[in-house]
Write a protein that binds this ligand. Sequence first.
Ligand code: ATP
Ligand code: MG
Length: 398
Amino acid sequence: FTKQFRQAIGVLKRIESYGYDAYFVGGCIRDLLLHRHIEDIDIATSARPEVIQEMFNKVIPVGLSHGTVIVRYDHQSYEVTTFRVDADYSDQRHPDSVHFVKTIDQDLKRRDFTINALAMDKTGCLIDLFDGEKDIQKRIIRTVGNGYDRFAEDPLRIMRALRFSSQLGFSLEEHTLKAMQFVISELNAIAVERILQETAKFFAGPYIKTGMDFFKWLHLEKHLPVFKDNPAIINRLPAHLKPLQSFGAVIAMLHVAVPAISIDTWVKQWKCSNKIKNEAESFNEALYHYQCSGLSPWLIYKLHTTGHSDFTLLVNMLFDDHLSEQTVHNMAHHLPIHSMHDLAINGTDLRRLFPQRQPGPWIANTLKQVEKRVVTGHLSNDKNALKEWVKWYRHATG
Ligand code: ATP
Ligand code: MG
């Protein structure tokens, strides 16, 4: 066990002390066996959520109807879910209801892939009913039970299989792949928000090349929003795809690859959040500036700070360039200001400077001019210098 797991054993022990079963389960066991970084440790238990709420001081009821609560324990959070099976997938969007069950075996059986259907008790003993450990060694993704049934039950699993291939570099086992091919048209019944989540993880996977090979083999492009109306997009993608962490960067890439499809089209049809939309636009603008005049302080300033790495990858993929992320970081580091807040003058200063003027859009406009000149090094970020310049500027522009 890693330190992360040792810290969590207390949760299992506490639940067991009340006479219930509890296990570490799912992706965290897969990642433990793969020596991968573990984001969160999930726990499955025979105790009902109400009972878990009695056992711990701090429990957040995040998904009571699905049997899930978050337990705070020793300054960490754990998702604790009651053993369950999904009762009905009839609308294919979300299970209509869940049935709680008595044993971990039943709970593992409802899980999607053998590599995800693993559990471990507090002593480190593995519960592996479907040869998940062997599949991890063989580096393959295989459904628990009959693939046709499992993908038909929840076609989102098709997207999940692909994203795991891109995240882990695993192959899709032969029967699993055939079943995916057979059921793939059912994807159109799945809510686009759920597809988006898996697609974003797909494009962020370190083995995106492996994932993309399966994507193409399955002709997934015929079943995804926007792609299905323009299946040729897939041939216009950069030859050497690199994993992009932001889905906004993915959209910017797709837009640059096929400019006839606007960012707005992608954002609307994929029902993206405003955050993704803003990031897509910011990347697109930065790419445009880069194409016109290379790297500049203004470009870096406008690019959101979490976007440096994706931006570098986009430039290299789309323009066959050799930009290094360090170059971008260095330029960002040497920027005189990082946001409007860092400017040595603000709106109040401007109003004091021109007491006779009514407050209005001129304030924001003037600050924008100052901002641009400071970022590009044409003005130094010094209060007096900026005041002088503003006086001159307002005089000159009236
Ligand atoms: P990640 O590290 O990306 O979170 P994960 O394996 O934890 O990967 P989750 O989406 O968090 O993936 O799901 C947690 C677990 O729940 C999975 O490991 C799997 O056992 C089960 N699971 C999730 N979604 C499904 C599904 N659609 N069908 C069946 N089982 C699922
Ligand atoms: Mg998870």
